[in-house]
Design a protein around this ligand. Sequence first.
Ligand SMILES: [Zn+2]
Length: 251
Amino acid sequence: MERMVKQTLENLVELQRIDEALRDLREARTRLAGIEKENQESLAVFDKMLSIVADRISETANFCREKEDEIRDAEANISRSRARMNTIQSQKELTALNKELDNARKSSQARAEELSKLQEQLKGVEVDHQRRTEERNKLVQDMRAIESKVRDEITVKEAGVNELQDRRKALLGTLSRELVSKYERISKGRNGQAVIAISTETCTGCNIAVPPQVFIRLMRMETMEACANCSRILVYRPAPGAKDETGSLSE
Ligand SMILES: [Zn+2]
């Protein structure tokens, strides 16, 4: 009978460990989904910003082309005015033509200065775009690294999941229906933690001291004990490295 209680307690501890491992897997999956969603959103914001910069590039490039056209027109006007120089017949005409030439040169000069400013702007926006693109690529790289790390964790956890579920079923089969429903009830009410393995006189589920007489019974492992405060099932486990009563080293 005592032997059976001890085995039941061992099974409960193992069941609790399995349930925690399964919960870890569920949480890792939820975490991955959250990370992927967040990354996607950050990237969308980044890409929106990049496309605004790209629009500015094409807008500025268009202004440059317009300015170049205007300069070509002004240069053509100058050429035409010069060609007319040979046909000049009066001082008045010459003065008028010179004035025309002067204006055309001034206009061409002004356009050239505007073009130069625009080209400078264009270069600045292009450098900005290049820098942001590099930042984006680095960001994507970092995001993928984080995602794949969590994904690898999940893959490792998933590899053992069938075995855990089989073992879980087998363990449940060794427990009475009453104990299983007690386990499930406490688990639901206590954040998935129905069984607490303790090595000192404190319930680590709620951090309340376990009375010495209860702790003595716990060490004997001949009875089922629960925390008077949080109702979790308590099971004694020697601290890692400590020797139990049989003298063998515990895990
Ligand atoms: Zn407790």
